[in-house]
Design a protein around this ligand. Structure first.
Ligand code: SAH
Ligand code: SF4
Ligand code: F3S
Length: 452
């Protein structure tokens, strides 16, 4: 008798951290002998890796979950898992809301999936949300790409931005050792990966929880030191990192990025607001002047660097004038990409309790005005690429045109050009840009680049 292997499905919401966690959880499930299916209705194990950064992100989960909970009534063998940030935030409450759930597990427990599922198999309903020391992972993630990969360098966040749930759901900062990071990257290099993005919610905090300091009194393991330490990993040709915090982004780091050839000239540095009073109310720890100085310094060292950021409109108390300071900053800096959001009050955060909330229609109006400006500026920024020679790392096929491949420039612009994927995947090519759109480019291949 042959038994069909059990199948699992994972849907991931939220940020790159969650995507990286999902890849590791998928790796664990595959190691347990399960096969992936893209259709949750066919799966024996359904896992939602959730996000709670804004109210709408959280609601999406409940509608997905409702459908699967129903299915469980006819298929009692279905295992239903909720992981990630909603799981961490709601914990036990989720079991009351959705009694069909088998496992509720916070982000710090991602690497423990197998052990938790064994407890489920013993007939328990399991909630794993207590803070723990994150165990180094021995499982191989099932990565979505075989060209680019994420590598966590620091988990958690010790900042207390007054709007943000992340410190509540991701816990305190825990840095991985430089050796563990390097060895994961060496493995990636051996497997043929070409690009690594180092991940942390506040990546500039890397190393401050690790022991050791330099004779000058600085932490021994900073992000700058880490970049130098991993720079020569064989096979890895490009390095990126995210997310940067303006409070800690140093000139020393900028200088290192300019000097290290594998580090791409793209920086994701959220500013959140262009108004000093709002920044203060957000507890961000910098002024718009300081933010501008950082961008100027980046551009002094790397004149063509591309800059992306996040911004929030309609934070409690934000006046029209204060919002216009955000517009002004966006207009003057010229971001290549800006993620925008209307402020969403989150449970367990200070700003959610303030009385000076901005009405929804005002937030929606500001969001629309900001997005309009973002499109205009992104188009301007894309314009500079026209006719230029750029280096593109080929990642896959253009989903809209199989005769074209797609990849990214060092500045992180999505680029399409005619070519054969089987031949070009994982290769870096020099291309000439022939068409520009606000968030993507079309080009012609010129020649293969030699490895760095
Ligand atoms: N660690 C990063 C970002 C974390 S969350 C940083 O410090 O910038 C990703 C983005 O979601 C934030 O940059 C912010 O723009 C947005 N965000 C976070 N909380 C939010 C909230 N309550 N309402 C609206 N947007 C929010
Ligand atoms: Fe949230 Fe602030 Fe931490 Fe970013 S730095 S994750 S916005 S608390
Ligand atoms: Fe969302 Fe959690 Fe990331 S709340 S943005 S998935 S850290």
């Amino acid at each position: 008798m042959t038994t069909t292997p059990r199948r699992y499905h994972i849907t991931t919401f939220g940020c790159q951290m969650n995507k990286a966690d999902s890849e590791r959880m998928a790796g664990i499930l595959e190691e347990m002998g399960l096969l992936f299916t893209a259709d949750p209705n066919e799966a024996d194990v359904v896992l939602y890796n959730t996000c709670t950064i804004r109210d709408n992100a959280e609601h999406k989960v409940y509608s997905y979950l409702g459908r699967q909970a129903k299915r469980k009534h006819t298929q009692p063998n279905l295992t239903l898992i909720i992981a990630g940030c909603v799981a961490q935030q709601e914990g036990q409450t989720l079991l009351r809301r959705v009694p069909e759930l088998d496992l509720v597990m916070g982000p710090q427990h991602a690497n423990r999936l197998q052990e938790l599922l064994e407890q489920v198999d013993e007939g328990n309903q399991v909630v794993a949300t207590e803070p723990i020391h994150i165990v180094e992972d021995i499982t191989k993630p099932r990565r979505d790409s075989n060209v680019t990969a994420w590598v966590n360098v620091i988990y958690g966040c010790n900042e207390r931005c007054t709007y943000c749930v992340v410190p509540n759901v991701r816990g305190i900062e825990q840095s991985r050792t430089p050796e563990a990071i390097r060895s994961e990257m060496e493995e990636l290099g051996r497997l043929g990966y070409k690009e690594v993005t180092l991940l942390g919610q506040n990546i500039d905090a890397y190393g401050r929880d690790l022991p050791g300091s330099t004779p000058e009194g600085r932490h021994k393991h900073t992000l700058t030191d880490l970049l130098s330490f991993v720079h020569d990993v064989p096979g890895i040709e490009r390095l990126r990192f995210a997310t940067s915090h303006p409070r800690y982004f140093t000139e020393r780091l900028i200088k290192a990025c300019a000097e290290l050839p594998k580090v791409c000239e793209h920086f994701h540095i959220p500013f959140q607001s262009g108004d000093n009073q709002i920044l203060k109310a957000m507890s961000r720890g910098y002024t718009h002047e300081k933010y501008r100085r950082i961008i100027n310094t980046v551009r002094e060292y790397m004149p063509d660097a591309s800059i992306s950021a996040d911004a929030i409109v309609g934070f409690p108390g934000e006046t029209e004038e204060q919002f216009e300071n955000t517009l002004k900053l966006v207009d003057e800096i010229g971001f290549d990409l800006l993620n925008t959001a209307a402020y969403s009050p989150r449970p367990g955060t200070p700003a959610a309790l303030w009385e000076n909330q901005v009405p929804d229609d005002v937030k929606a109006d500001r969001l629309q005005r900001l997005n309009h400006l973002v499109g205009v500026k992104a188009a301007e920024r894309s314009g500079r690429y026209f006719g230029r020679i750029e280096e593109v790392l080929v990642e896959g096929e253009n989903p809209r045109d199989p005769s074209q491949v797609m990849g990214r420039t060092r500045g992180n612009r999505l680029t399409f050009f005619a070519g054969n994927l089987a031949e070009l995947k994982g290769k870096v090519l020099k291309v000439k840009v022939t068409e520009v759109r606000p968030f993507s480019l079309t080009a012609e291949a010129i020649e293969l680049c030699v490895s760095r």
